[in-house]
Ligand binder design. Structure first.
Ligand code: ATP
Ligand code: MG
Length: 233
């Protein structure tokens, strides 16, 4: 009974958060359109207004994408496609796709480790690693480093994503996996964060019977490790 009440409450919170997050960019776009409609934008301000509209549209797009992804994970609508994968080669693929994003921030990206077989859904595992990488780059410092490492420990395939970034204060460490939770709302918003990435990660980890571990020191960096079940081949 209590579980049902808690689930209803969390659905209500989620809906309230979604409405709030969606309203902000929509209101901005509508406001800029109104200015144009009333011919209040001179040619000088035109470019600025256009870029604001695009910025808000991009934000809306990433919000909608994340929300759809979460809702698919919630409802298990998509059939899971579990197959034998090498965690190390999936990690390398994801790392390669982030080279540009990292170089734009002067961040060194390192991928190391050994092959490790897992039974997993490729699309979901990529989504999980992408989200961890994005965070490790986004919440890093100028000239920082991101290390992705794959190993097998006591039979458990493991991947860790470690950064030399801003870190997460102790009192927030339990909460960052909640939907829409952001440590520093202003910084995260300015860099485009929605607060859904780690909620998606947590979901994907659960779907693979894997385990999540977080170690973080403010001002020094963060290391997130995902440990998969012992591989049966
Ligand atoms: P999104 O991933 O949806 O674009 P986001 O990055 O804000 O937005 P999460 O990935 O869920 O959302 O992360 C939640 C919060 O946890 C972030 O806003 C940030 O404050 C903090 N955080 C996550 N990863 C790190 C990290 N590697 N270093 C420091 N803080 C982090
Ligand atoms: Mg994120």
């Amino acid at each position: 009974h209590e579980n049902i009440l808690a689930a209803a409450k969390s659905r209500q919170d989620f809906t309230a958060n979604v409405s709030h997050e969606l309203k902000t960019p929509i209101t901005a776009i509508s406001g800029y359109a109104e200015l144009i409609e009333n011919r209040l934008i001179d040619s000088e301000a035109e470019v600025h207004v256009a870029s604001q509209i695009r910025h808000n549209a991009d934000r809306l797009l990433s919000l909608v994408t994340d929300i759809i992804q979460l809702s698919e994970l919630d409802h298990r609508e998509l059939p899971r496609k579990f197959e034998q994968l090498d965690l190390f080669s999936v990690a390398r693929e994801c790392v390669n796709e982030h080279v540009l994003m990292a170089s734009q921030r002067n961040i060194k990206l390192i991928c190391s480790g050994t092959s490790a077989g897992i039974n997993a859904d490729r699309r979901l595992v990529r989504e999980m690693i992408d989200n961890l990488l994005q965070n490790a780059i986004r919440y890093n410092k100028e000239n920082g480093t991101v290390k992705v490492h794959v190993t097998i420990e006591n039979g458990h395939p493991m991947i860790s994503v470690e950064d030399t970034g801003i870190g997460i204060p102790m009192e927030h460490q339990n909460r960052i996996f909640e939907r829409f939770y952001r440590v520093d709302k202003s910084r995260s918003k300015e860099t485009g964060g929605t607060g859904l990435g780690l909620a998606i990660v947590k979901h994907i980890v659960a779907q693979h019977d894997a385990e999540l571990n977080l170690e973080s020191t403010p001002g020094e960096g963060t290391k997130i490790t995902v440990s998969f079940p012992v591989y049966q081949g």
